[in-house]
Design a protein. Structure first.
Length: 240
């Protein structure tokens, strides 16, 4: 192995190998709906891989397979977790939860949280799961909410009635607060105006600068151009 290859492997954080996903429509007699197949994807520390492809090419489904929310139909997903490699396609539930708690931060298109929980506590939750004391976790959550310019009057309130942009900033703060080594982002700026989009781009850029490995879907060409180090096109892997 060459020195450059060894260095690249040392920086490898997430890898999909021969990954495929299809859905089985049980209400339609078990018909199979292929999404993608033959995906080989490597994401290294400090790089942002943008997932490309037309609507319906499986970008969001691929992210869900990478975080273990969807069971892959074939292939495997490996992540560097706690100094070792874990195959998420074969991991038990306890291991999956540990990976999501410590290693992978996932920001979906929509904020899904327990109703009636205050925004400050929602953002602080990833730190609490890591054992951070409540006061410190809330203080760091407040820092993130200030950074993303969510008004303090909203912090004690549950975010169900917030605007789409406000909810997305809560989503971003919650996903980034624990500084996970791997970040999976599904259209993180889609609901944001130009001012708040710039704040989120800055936050993602800071995560890359500290060495996070990022795989993301960007609907905005300008955001993609600013953050992506390369594009992985799913069109060539669409299920037949």
């Amino acid at each position: 192995m060459t020195a450059s290859r060894a260095a690249a492997d040392a920086r490898l954080m997430l890898a999909a190998e021969a990954l495929a996903k299809r859905f089985t429509l049980h209400t339609r007699g078990g018909v199979h709906l292929p999404v993608f197949a033959g995906v080989d994807l490597a994401v290294h520390a400090g790089e942002c891989v943008a997932l490309g492809g037309r609507s319906g090419s499986g970008k969001s489904s691929l992210l869900r397979c990478l975080v273990g929310n969807y069971q892959a139909s074939a292939g495997c997903v490996r992540v560097r977790h706690a100094g070792d490699w874990v195959d998420l396609t074969a991991a038990d539930e306890r291991t999956l939860l540990a990976v999501r708690r410590q290693t992978i931060g996932y920001v979906s298109q929509f904020l899904r949280v327990i109703p009636r929980v205050a925004t400050l506590d929602i953002v602080a939750e990833p730190l609490r799961r890591l054992g951070v004391a409540a006061d410190e976790a809330r203080a760091r959550a407040a820092d993130w909410l200030q950074r993303l310019r969510l008004p303090p009057r909203l912090w004690p309130l549950p975010p169900a009635t917030f605007s789409g942009g406000e909810q997305q900033r809560v989503n971003i703060a919650r996903g980034l607060i624990a500084a996970p080594p791997v970040l999976l982002l599904d259209e993180p700026t889609a609901a944001l105006d130009a001012e708040h989009r710039a704040l989120v781009v800055e936050a993602i850029g800071a995560a890359l600068a500290r060495g996070a490995a990022v795989a993301a879907i960007f609907h905005d060409d300008e955001v993609r151009a600013r953050l992506a180090t390369r594009v992985f096109d799913l069109e060539a892997h669409r299920g037949a």
